[in-house]
Write a protein that binds this ligand. Structure first.
Ligand code: 5RP
Length: 233
């Protein structure tokens, strides 16, 4: 039987629901895979589970509110569990995120979490990051000058949405989509180089951040990585 990508995304997201426990503060990711998780969490809440959630985008916040999930925007202490999708996952569980445009808040939520779980269908697995574009969020003020400095790293780039109608993030910034010939050989180093550029707000490289990646393929969802305190196997 051939499983559609959406069914695989749903399978990965539902597997992550097994990690949610009553009373948890949960980080909610953005994108189509994370949406399945939020919808599943909404069902658990409707059945009586008590959780609070920190959404990574306005879209996720709206969905969570519709589903009756209590939202927290100011944190006191860490998030227990954050669950989010990814655009690319390499064998070391480094990620590219942000093709949905929510990378900055996604990184903030992942960083503030005790456990960061990534849910993907198997098409997201790559040998080396950089198969597709790497999103970089930059301040709109003097963005062309920022883009020139980013291009100086030896990449080609476009502003998402085009110069006339640029895509604007939830934080009021623009996104540069970078294409890196030959892929990203050292994601850690490249991420640091990007962060040093004035005008760069955040980039979509998530290096050493994922504790667990749940990958769904035809054989069902499988968890890879550190499996602390959870039922996923
Ligand atoms: C949004 C993201 C998403 O998690 C990523 O783009 C994956 O999306 P999808 O689950 O729709 O394939 O990083 O900023």
């Amino acid at each position: 039987m051939t499983l559609l990508t959406d069914e695989l995304k749903q399978a990965a997201a539902y597997k992550a629901l097994e990690l949610v426990q009553d009373g948890m503060l949960v980080g909610l990711g953005s994108g189509s895979t994370a949406r399945f998780f939020t919808e599943g969490l909404g069902r658990l809440v409707a059945e009586g589970m008590k959780v609070r959630a920190v959404p990574t985008s306005r879209a996720t916040a709206e969905l969570a509110a519709e589903l009756g999930i209590q939202i927290v925007t100011e944190l006191i202490g860490p998030i227990d569990l954050a669950v989010d999708g990814a655009d690319e996952v390499d064998p070391a569980l480094n990620l590219i995120k942000g093709r949905g445009g929510a990378l900055f808040r996604e990184k903030l939520v992942a960083t503030a979490s005790k456990r960061f779980v990534v849910v993907v269908d198997e098409s997201k697995l790559v040998k080396q990051l950089g198969v597709g574009v790497l999103p970089v969020e930059v301040l709109p003020f003097l963005w062309r000058s920022t883009a020139e400095r980013v291009a100086g790293l030896g990449v080609s780039l476009v502003i998402r949405g085009g110069e006339e109608t640029p895509y604007i993030t939830d934080n009021g910034n623009v996104v540069l989509d970078l294409t890196i010939d030959g892929g990203i050989k050292n994601p850690g180093e490249f991420g640091l180089e990007l962060k040093e550029i004035t005008g760069v707000v955040e980039h979509g490289l998530f290096v050493g951040m994922a504790d667990t990646v749940i990958v769904a393929g035809p054989e069902g969802p499988k968890a890879v990585g550190r499996l602390s305190g959870g039922a996923v196997a």
